[in-house]
Design a protein around this ligand. Structure first.
Ligand SMILES: *Cc1c(COP(=O)(O)O)cnc(C)c1O
Length: 329
């Protein structure tokens, strides 16, 4: 990847003169079945620009209660677009068309305008869970029937493709806008791509400039993305296998519950309330043996597998987790 970056042809990205960025945008637009795509520095900027294009101040956005756009973007919907996110009850981040339907407000001078529905694929806080294609289609049909717009936070859409066997394009089909992250499981240092129809992408370009996301010789970053699409997609299956192997061993440790279980993609959430130890304590013990794990709550931990950890690393992590819980590490 570093060699591909060093060898990239570059130009001024702001002027659409960077051939490598252009090639990556065309490739991702095709991958997602959309007219065009725009290269942005991060996934958060993809979400925020999509909200800015779809919504106007006072609008209401419907999303799962645990969605990234609601919990992890500094209230950007409110701070930037002037819109607010209403939490839908969801199971592993997947909400039902009936709950969506019930949340849509009748139009009138007193009601917020319900404007946008957001689906997160895979759902991070749901345990890296995959939205089944049938659930997507039902929610899309409700959204359309109500005249709302539909946006996919596809940070890990390619993990969903690999886990489900349903193409990213088919997942993305009913959405007005969709993006994927290069800097998660695909292993790039920087970047994400937001896709949609031409008018949407034209409007997104205005916000890219306005927010300072338009770059110069960004081809060195786009080259990493092209490399990742060539080399790092099929191998996501290894990350999923490794997560499962870790989860199976973790679930056998007394007091540790893997939730949800079994794991669907590359994330393993652990409930350690049965161990008598805090998540902080276990994370500190693991850190001392060279293993980093995310603390997600007083007794909740998150392990994520990716291309820099091997099967052997995952098995060692499970052994060290057992030692940390037993207090012998
Ligand atoms: C990581 C993540 C984002 C944000 O992506 P960044 O590239 O870190 O800004 C958005 N949504 C989900 C579901 C994520 O996991």
């Amino acid at each position: 990847m570093r060699e591909a970056m060093a060898a990239a042809d570059v130009g001024d990205e702001q002027r659409h003169e960077d051939p490598t960025v252009t090639a990556l945008c065309e490739r991702v637009a095709t991958l997602l079945g959309k007219e065009q795509a725009i290269f942005l520095p991060s996934g958060t900027m993809c979400n925020q620009i999509a909200l800015l294009v779809h919504c106007r101040p006072g609008d209401e956005i419907l999303a799962a209660e645990s969605s990234h756009v609601l919990t992890s973007e500094g209230a950007g919907a409110a701070a930037l677009a002037g819109a607010f996110v209403r939490a839908l009850p969801a199971y592993r981040g997947v909400f039902r068309a009936t709950d969506l339907h019930a949340a849509i407000r009748p139009s009138g001078p007193k009601s917020p305008r319900t404007r946008l529905v957001v689906v997160e694929q895979t759902h991070n806080q749901g345990g890296g869970s995959v939205w089944p294609i049938d659930a997507i289609r039902e929610v899309a049909a409700s959204t359309r029937a109500a005249g709302l717009m539909l946006h996919m936070d596809g940070a890990r859409l390619l993990n969903a493709e690999v886990a489900s066997g349903v193409s990213a394009r088919n997942h993305a089909l009913p959405f007005d806008s969709v993006w994927l992250d290069l800097s998660k499981g695909l292993g790039c240092p920087v970047g994400a791509l937001l896709a949609g129809d031409r008018p949407f992408i034209d409007a997104a370009w205005v916000w890219k400039h306005r927010l300072g996301g338009a770059m110069r010789q960004a081809g060195i970053l786009a080259a990493a993305g092209l490399y990742a699409l060539d080399h790092n997609v099929d191998r996501l299956a290894e990350d999923h296998d490794n997560a499962l192997a870790f989860a199976e061993r973790a679930a056998a440790i007394p007091g540790v519950r893997v939730d949800p279980y079994p794991v669907e993609t590359n994330m393993v959430f652990l409930d350690v309330s049965g161990t008598g130890r805090s998540a902080d304590d276990i994370a500190a013990r693991l850190q001392a043996s060279g293993i980093r794990i995310g603390v997600e709550g007083a007794t909740r931990l998150r392990a994520v597998t990716h291309l820099d950890v091997t099967r052997a690393d995952c098995l060692r992590a499970a052994e060290q987790l057992a030692a940390a819980v037993a207090g012998t590490s």
